[in-house]
Design a protein around this ligand. Structure first.
Ligand code: G6P
Ligand code: MN
Ligand code: MN
Length: 434
């Protein structure tokens, strides 16, 4: 049986993961699931841990749930380590989303200044975990969900000393499910050639039963007010039909921040007036979720969790673990070392691309050059991620300012410096390297 350690186990998302392991128990025999958290998260850890125990009991599967604050104990001899941490917790995300808005810049968890700061806080902690893994479970796979996943994967590949690492996100599977819903077909009849970076991934082509249907899909997503392909955390403004027709690619929901910046900013300002930032909405949703999780009669994943952006996240994690474990050699979209799969990106860098999943890990499928219309943006975001990762590791102020300034959502060097200074101050306690 397998031992799985979940760092950030007290997350409100954990029941989704537990449900995923229960559903797949026959093919993926997880014997020990270790939920780890920090002392500040202890109460949540116990609420989620108790719910997880009720869930496995109700399902009648012999998965043993352990809860601990001792990360080393959880990592010891683990087969897979899932990281889903939020350094500074939801309060830090609120700051990431609020401060940029004061300067007329998109405030978002993984994009723009918010994404930079989430990376600066998260990367050192993930690198610590990677160091502990080297010592305590050198054969284990690190499966990282902690955002910004692209930047974190880049950092582990460049500055970490473990080879077995994969960054995971639910956006590709979410897009596939969205297209399936639009077409009214089963998702397993669809195949999408995904390539790009995390939260910057494109569907290069879409196939139904092996037939290329990209053009029809692009027509469908532009035929109404809304595209129909989005995530719960991103407002679906629809797309300009002639732009998408010209582009000839399926954009991901996060591309709205880049191709519809002005409208998205206006939407954000309106939303903040009405209900607060997404982080504040999430904070309330989490309070409601934990109220439910506390109920000793609850023994399934509550449907209210579906209001969160993380839909299908357990499918992504469990399918990946399953395919590595069984050498399944199916195709999944994950964040790994490029190794030449995308021509315009350094072979050493992390990309999000379709991979064949083997017992040696994901093997990226070569796509060559990205279409010239998007190649530059993807390269620019990669430059941002690399400079940001270097800043996170070194604590170099100048590198952080360069990262902030070259981000496409930040309009100028002086505004970048103002945002940087205010955010460094606001997040000081979680940025010991600066
Ligand atoms: C999507 C993204 C995740 C992100 C989540 C936020 O699922 O892929 O990376 O964490 O949305 O959702 P939330 O409900 O927390 O706003
Ligand atoms: Mn994601
Ligand atoms: Mn310097």
């Amino acid at each position: 049986g397998l031992k799985i350690a979940v760092i950030g186990g007290g997350s409100s998302y954990t029941p989704e993961l537990v449900e995923g392991f229960i559903k797949r128990f026959e093919e993926l025999p997880v014997r020990e699931l270790w939920l780890v958290d920090i002392p500040e998260g202890e109460e949540k850890l116990h609420i989620v841990g108790a719910l997880a125990e009720r869930m496995v009991k109700k399902a009648g599967v012999p998965i043993r749930i352990h809860r601990t604050l001792d990360r080393r104990k959880a990592l010891n001899d683990a087969d897979f380590v899932i990281t889903q941490i939020r350094v500074g917790r939801i309060e830090a995300r609120i700051k990431d989303e609020k401060i940029p808005l004061k300067y007329g810049v998109i405030g978002q968890e993984t994009n723009g200044p918010g994404g930079l700061f989430k990376g600066l806080r998260t990367i050192p902690v993930i690198l610590d975990i990677a160091r502990e893994m080297e010592e305590l479970c050198p054969e284990a796979w690190l499966i990282n969900f902690s955002n910004p996943v692209g930047m974190v994967t880049e950092a582990v590949l460049r500055y970490g000393n473990i080879r077995k690492t994969v960054g995971l996100c639910n956006v590709p599977i979410g897009m596939k499910m969205g297209v399936a819903r639009l077409l009214g077909v089963e998702a397993d009849r669809l195949h999408i050639d995904f390539a790009g970076l995390n939260h910057m991934v494109f569907g290069l082509d879409v196939y139904l039963d092996g037939q290329r249907i990209t053009g029809q899909v692009l027509e469908r997503i532009t035929s109404g007010e809304r595209s129909g392909v989005t995530m719960k955390n991103i407002v679906d403004l629809g797309w300009e039909p002639d732009f998408i027709k010209g582009l000839g690619l399926l954009p991901c929901p996060y591309h709205r921040y880049y191709f519809q910046t002005k409208k998205m900013l206006e939407e954000q300002k309106e939303a903040v007036k009405k209900e607060g930032t997404r982080a504040e909405v999430v904070k309330r949703l989490e309070e409601e979720l934990f109220e439910l999780y506390r109920d000793p009669d609850l023994d399934i994943k509550p449907p209210q969790l579906e209001k969160r952006g993380g839909a299908y996240y357990s499918d992504a994690a469990c399918s990946l673990i399953h395919s590595i474990h069984t050498d399944k050699r199916d195709i999944q979209t994950v964040n790994v070392r490029n190794c030449g799969a995308i021509a315009g990106i350094s072979p050493d860098s992390a990309v999000e691309v379709n991979c064949v999943i083997t017992k040696e890990g994901p093997k990226p499928i070569a796509v060559g050059d990205l279409p010239v219309a998007v190649r530059g943006l993807v390269q620019q975001i990669k430059s941002f991620e690399r400079v940001a990762a270097e800043a996170a590791v070194t604590g170099d102020y100048h590198k952080a300012l360069v990262a902030m300034t070259i981000n496409p959502l930040v309009p100028s060097d002086t505004i970048a410096k103002q945002i940087l200074d205010e955010m460094l101050e606001a997040h000081r306690e979680h940025l010991p390297q600066f």
